[in-house]
Design a protein. Structure first.
Length: 388
């Protein structure tokens, strides 16, 4: 009887983990497909780059708002109801971008979409960090990070398959989002119960700034890389096609290295794994800046760098969960996403300013600078974290 009870709990936990991974994959897929699609549709409709930039800025505003709204809503209406509602409403809102031609009507629509899709992100992270046992947390979050990277890498394929004209791509993305509803429903009995009141997410406990800074630096470098690396590649003499290939190597590294890094993070103190990733984040961009690398060597370096940067996020999430109680975790997860969103906003702006003042070749040094600050914080605060 006892063995049957253990198996039932394990099965329930597995369904919960699968539901969270399904939700985060849907988030990554939707984000990576919707961002370029909306920009291309606006351009095709004749809108200026200023208008396209304003529309894109609403994504960051929606994500910031979601980091404050999601937990109170989930506490009011229930975790599962909120997650399912966010997934379904995201899917239903997508065809409206095709059906409503007015740019000004897109403003509240895009803001709302990013509130909802970031809510999926926050709730998926809360679910998986609460569900998994600490002894396996590193590798499970490595699988989770791999799923997110796969979603981010495959989203643009929907545009290749369905194009960017008409309603087909919007309906296809919506259908893919709705597919994530089924695993969430299957794992519904494992859904967390949120009962504690929200805490401040801007001023976390003193033991947490290092892991929150990992989230910030990962997002800052990731978004700055995506936005500015094609320009840097052209400056190095790469063709537009090879510059695009450079972009593909970054998430590929994250896909390949998340599980190995998670495996190691379950066997040695996780703060050491983060320090190792941060050292790579400092040194690899310096090599990119200083050495006359061939294209193949440059691509290999980018892939390794992307994997280590991805490790900053997932291993930091594991360390955050390791050092928090179940009652604290939901709010700390929301803080983690909030700092990630702040990094998305700040990273391209800071990196763009470095390129403007020091020249395009200095971009890798900006990336290295982000990681150097993080490394100093990780080294200074290592004693605050318990050993796993």
């Amino acid at each position: 009887m006892f063995a049957v009870s253990i198996k039932m709990r394990q099965s329930k936990r597995t369904l919960g983990i699968a539901a969270a991974i399904s939700a985060i994959t849907a988030f990554g897929f939707a984000m990576s497909a919707v961002w370029p699609l909306l920009s291309l549709v606006l351009a095709a409709r004749g809108h200026s780059t200023d208008a396209i930039g304003l529309s894109a800025g609403l994504a960051g505003a929606g994500a910031l708002a979601s980091s404050f709204l999601t937990l109170p809503i989930a506490r009011r209406f229930g975790f599962l109801t909120t997650l399912l509602g966010a997934l379904i409403l995201c899917a239903l809102s997508l065809p409206l971008f095709h059906l409503i031609p007015s740019f000004w009507a897109w403003i509240p629509l895009r803001f709302t979409f990013h509130v909802l899709v970031t809510g999926v992100f926050i709730l998926a992270e809360i679910w998986i960090t609460l569900e998994v046992e600490d002894k396996h947390r590193g590798i499970v979050l490595g699988i989770y990070g791999t799923a997110l990277s796969v979603g981010l890498a495959t989203g643009p394929l929907i545009l290749k398959a369905f194009g960017t004209v008409g309603g087909a791509p919007f309906y296809a993305i919506a259908a893919c989002l709705l597919l994530a509803v089924l695993p969430v429903l299957l794992g519904r009995r494992a859904a967390p119960k949120l009962t504690q009141p929200a805490k401040s997410r801007l001023l976390p406990p003193l033991t947490m700034p290092a892991v929150l800074l990992c989230s910030f630096v990962f997002a800052a470098v990731d978004l700055a890389f995506t936005a500015l690396m094609p320009i840097y590649g052209l400056h190095r003499g790469f063709s537009p096609e090879n510059a695009a290939l450079v972009l593909a190597m970054f998430p590929l590294g994250s896909i390949l290295l998340q599980i190995p890094l998670g495996y190691v993070a379950d066997r040695i103190p996780r703060i050491y794994v983060l320090q190792f990733c941060a050292v790579g984040g400092v040194l690899l961009p310096i090599l990119m800046y200083a050495l006359p690398l061939s294209l193949s060597a440059f691509l290999a370096l980018i892939m390794l760098w992307g994997g280590l940067l991805g490790g900053l996020y997932t291993v930091a999430l594991a360390l955050l969960a390791q050092n928090a109680t179940p009652d604290e975790l939901p709010d700390l997860n929301a803080a983690f996403v909030l700092w990630n969103t702040l990094g998305m906003v700040a990273g391209p702006v800071i990196a763009g300013g470095i390129m403007s003042t020091a020249g395009t070749p200095a971009l890798p040094l900006g990336f290295s600078g982000f990681a150097a600050i993080l490394l100093c914080v990780l080294l200074f605060s290592a004693r605050n974290y318990t050993q796993n």
